[in-house]
Design a protein around this ligand. Sequence first.
Ligand SMILES: Nc1ncnc2c1ncn2[C@@H]1O[C@H](COP(=O)(O)OP(=O)(O)O)[C@@H](O)[C@H]1O
Ligand SMILES: [Mg+2]
Length: 285
Amino acid sequence: MRIAYVVGDEDPLDPDPDLDIPYAKQAAQDLNIDLVFTNWNDQSIDWSNFDAGLIRSTWDYVPKRDKFLEFAKKVEQQTKLFNSFDVMSWNTDKKYLQQMAEGGLQIIPTKFVSNLNEAKVEIDSAFSQSKSIAIKPSIGAGARLAGKAGNAAEAINLAEKIFAANRTAMIQPYIESVDTEGEKAIIVIDGQISHVAIKVPALTKGGHGDAARKEEISTEVVNFVNKVSQCVKDWDDLLFARVDVVRYKGELVLMELELTEPWLFMQYRPESAKDLFKALQNRIV
Ligand SMILES: Nc1ncnc2c1ncn2[C@@H]1O[C@H](COP(=O)(O)OP(=O)(O)O)[C@@H](O)[C@H]1O
Ligand SMILES: [Mg+2]
């Protein structure tokens, strides 16, 4: 079996290495899988040479999402792709959160704004309910262009940067539990919860969404993932998913659902790499 492990270009000035790679390499070797590292920006690759393409650290797609989706469509015409093009086109814009909320899932209260006038109205409204707010792009990864604001001028400044990058901005209350209990990244492989990582608070401590430690899988987490699974079309077809949750007003709510290129924090459960490739093998034969 020959699998393309798909990465992207790394910005040397702002590195964001894929730390799942050593675990993936080891698992592929143990399972006799020929794992080939490929870059989605490389136009010369013949994807029909692979049994599947596995999208992993393609975090550079953000400013060129259309190109990325075009690439995904092309790959899917030539071989199997995980997750699918349809899933990626839905999941690469956080507007999907609105749809999940309409489906009954608890999310962070969110307003999407596409210009400065709209932003000013929603920023004022957010500050009337919360002493600090979070602003981030609806198409984004690694917390880039995201920030925490303690007053309207700061918030407008952040929104302006997002609009200058031609993106829609999201305005949310700043969730304090991100800095105390921590955001939980729930790693799901082939429908099963594999492990849970606590993330570093990106807007106060920095980084691109790194993990701080491992956490046990609680019943609360299991129940939340069950609810998510009911809100996602074709959940059973997903090879991998990461459900990022935070506590807000006592309950878990969704920060984001990562179905495109989640770092799977394999360091907290190296067997997860083997689970991933075994599930992939089952989908290929
Ligand atoms: N409303 C919020 N309150 C507190 N922290 C937030 C909030 N929104 C985002 N963050 C922080 O910014 C990070 C990145 O935001 P996220 O929505 O996960 O986008 P992405 O990971 O795709 O860049 C989160 O992991 C979290 O640390
Ligand atoms: Mg995130």
